[in-house]
Ligand binder design. Structure first.
Ligand code: NAD
Length: 364
């Protein structure tokens, strides 16, 4: 099979982790006799510097002509004062919209080898395996009106709008219930229905959609309680269904369960082209030092193989190789708890070696 991909390394550690993920993709493709065609394009702060836009037309065109997009991360303190439209994050939000990627899937898995890397107690996180299904194209991050009121050139008020319509809620709810059918059959729908009208509608629509999935157990949970339960008893969750901003925050919190934000992958689906990226940002504090953990981006390649190309054996091979590298005791700085650690490149190499059979645990 030909794997036609667009890579968008972005800013900060983005290029470092994407380089390793592409290396792994080439190795797994080679092993399973696939051809990889990768075009690299600009997004984020570096795209503003080079092309005057965080999402150049050429980048959108390249993404839409490929089957899947692999993104690193965007942003950095040097761009914080950029005006709206020229912020790196505008490129990211614009890309998600251009790809119609309304469903963001974020698996949170606790690897046995990393239990000690989590700041939570081992008996709380052991065996945790949940999936956050986050709505990605609506709510506060997209709805209008938004902006500032000004007086004499000074901002006097800032405002955003939280809004969801029935169709937006229905389509993301279906994604969550379908995902639960292939898992443990539980959906926890997160809202703030005691305060927000959008949440009251969300709850009503989710209940209606649930009738199509009689075997799935649905619970509603308020977002503040969900934030607490995620660190108190994360194993109670199977699929967490949530709107855009709640999902953004809860998935960073859930990253703590897995030991490091550098471990977590995501897939953004719903349109013609899948978007795959680690959940972390551009980590300017460690950029250029070889300290970035590439495993979240490498795990995103596994999701890409699974969802965009339906290559389950290949996806599994990547995941097993990640497991095996960790089982060998290899750790990047974020996982090392002050102990010995290897570089970003060495971790990428270790996963490649797992795929080609160096670690016996990778081929079980
Ligand atoms: P961040 O995720 O970049 O970093 C948070 C902390 O986690 C930092 O201490 C960082 O060193 C660490 N970290 C993150 N990824 C890591 C990895 N792979 N390996 C090891 N450690 C890792 O979040 P932030 O510091 O709040 O934001 C930095 C910039 O990234 C900001 O400009 C923000 O807007 C942007 N951002 C982008 C995205 C994205 O591109 N999807 C997401 C979040 C934040």
């Amino acid at each position: 099979m030909k794997l036609k991909i667009t890579a968008l390394p972005g800013d900060g550690i983005g290029p470092e982790v994407v380089r390793e993920a592409i290396k792994v993709l080439r190795v797994v493709a080679d092993k399973f006799n696939h051809e990889v065609e990768i075009g690299e394009h600009a997004i984020g702060g570096n795209a503003v510097e080079a092309f005057g836009s965080p999402l150049p037309e050429a980048t959108i065109a390249a993404c839409l002509s490929s089957k899947a997009v692999l993104l690193g991360a965007v942003g950095g303190p040097q761009y914080d004062k950029n005006p709206r439209g020229l912020k790196p994050e505008d490129g990211l939000l614009g890309l998600r919209k251009a790809l119609q990627a309304f469903a963001n899937l974020r698996p949170v898995i606790v690897y046995d080898e990393l239990i000690e890397a989590s700041p939570l107690k081992a008996d709380i996180v052991k065996g945790c395996d949940l999936l956050i299904v986050r709505e990605l194209l609506g709510g506060l991050y997209f709805a209008t009106p938004r902006g500032f009121d000004e007086e004499n050139g000074q901002w006097t008020r800032g405002f955003n709008t939280m809004s969801y319509d029935v169709a937006e809620i229905e389509r993301i709810a279906h994604v969550a219930f379908k995902a639960a059918e292939k898992r443990r059959g539980l959906v926890a729908s997160v809202d703030k229905a005691n305060v927000l009208e959008t949440s009251q509608l969300w709850r009503q629509v989710v209940e209606r959609v649930a009738k199509d999935y009689p075997h799935i157990k649905l619970e509603h949970i308020l977002v503040d309680n969900c934030a607490m339960q995620l660190v108190r008893e994360p194993r109670r969750f199977d699929v967490i269904l949530t709107e855009n901003m709640f999902g953004d925050i809860l998935s960073d919190e859930a990253a703590v369960i897995s030991g490091s934000i550098g471990m977590l992958a995501s897939a953004s689906l719903g349109g013609p082209v899948g978007l795959y990226e680690p959940i972390h940002g551009s980590a300017p504090d460690i950029a250029g030092q070889g300290k970035a953990n590439p495993l979240g981006t490498i795990a995103s390649v596994a999701l890409m193989l699974r969802y965009s190309f339906e290559l389950e054996a290949e996806a599994h091979a990547v995941e097993k190789a990640i497991d095996a590298a960790l089982a060998e005791g290899l750790r990047t700085a974020d996982l090392a708890a002050g102990g010995a650690y290897i570089s970003t490149t060495q971790m990428g190499d270790a996963v490649c070696e797992g795929i080609t059979g160096k670690w016996s645990t990778a081929t079980e």
